[in-house]
Write a protein that binds this ligand. Structure first.
Ligand SMILES: N[C@@H](CCC(=O)N[C@@H](CS)C(=O)NCC(=O)O)C(=O)O
Length: 262
């Protein structure tokens, strides 16, 4: 089903395809990464839902996102075609392959994981730690514990009182996790982003589920800005992230865009 790159970059990057709907937060992290590297016009995003035939063909677990890269575009063989699932693996491939090529082509120096030559093992590991916390702590607490439950109940036409009651345990756990995340912020770094002055994969993995949370009723008091903020560091950072081009470009199709809150 692969078409040549419609934007004319296939000579530089081959063809890059992402399988994943914009509603998927892990897909959004990866697409934000491509946007940060300036590759926003260089890939095709197939809006395929999880567990669809097209996804299962490329990821036996059926989960989003999947990256397919044909370095030699239409001349690629099945041997040199890269098919990757698991967003952390895709992240590494972007850092070490597509991102490096983008830096050369566009003559900029985007580094979403600090490069070995310029950082300590602890600084690089701290980004990994955040990516892991985003995937295994923030995502389940926000999406599985609260957002998806609310959406499922709304889909079943439950009234707001029943939804609020049903979300009670999930919200308690979420507060517990967010209080820890708030403490982790900028530790031991300082700067506008989670791991210092530059945006990194830590930000790109943590932001999409929290943007979903901001879009629902339960998220409003939790992610309130200003002097009444429950989690002031988290909120100031969310406000900054919302202003990034990569967040704006990946906004259409997200839960927030559907509810028009952000
Ligand atoms: N560990 C996977 C998780 C991917 C994941 O859970 N993706 C969600 C969309 S954000 C999905 O496909 N969910 C469908 C399901 O859980 O059945 C990764 O990092 O890529």
């Amino acid at each position: 089903m692969t078409e040549p790159d419609p934007h004319g970059f296939s000579e530089d990057f081959g063809t890059i395809e992402i399988f994943g709907i914009p509603f998927s937060t892990f897909t959004r992290s990866i697409v934000m990464g491509l946007e940060e590297f300036g590759l926003g016009n260089c890939f095709i995003q197939h809006h395929t839902p999880p567990h669809s035939g097209e996804v299962r063909q490329r990821n036996p677990f059926g989960l989003l996102p999947v990256l397919v890269h044909r370095p030699n575009a239409i001349y690629s063989s099945s041997d040199d075609t890269v098919i990757l699932y698991e967003s952390n693996a895709i992240r590494r491939y972007i850092d070490e392959s597509l991102g490096l090529q983008a830096n050369q082509k566009f003559k900029h120096k985007v580094e979403l994981t600090p490069p070995a030559a310029k950082s300590t093992p602890m600084e690089r590991a701290r980004v990994d730690q955040w990516v892991s916390v985003a995937a295994t702590v923030i995502f389940p607490a926000v999406e599985l514990g609260v957002v998806k439950r609310r959406l499922a109940m709304e889909g079943n036409s439950a009234d707001d009182e029943s939804i609020t009651l049903a979300l009670d345990t999930g919200l308690e756990k979420l507060h517990d996790r967010l209080a820890i995340v708030e403490q982790m912020f900028n530790q031991p770094f300082s700067g506008d982003y989670i791991c210092g002055n530059n945006v990194s994969w830590a930000d790109l993995f943590a932001y999409p589920p929290l943007a979903d949370l901001r879009a629902i009723k339960e998220g409003e008091p939790i992610l309130r800005s200003g002097k009444d903020a429950l989690y002031p560091k988290l909120n100031a950072w969310m406000d900054r992230m919302e202003q990034r081009e990569s967040a704006k470009k990946t906004y259409p199709g997200t839960l927030a865009s559907q509810r028009k809150k952000n």
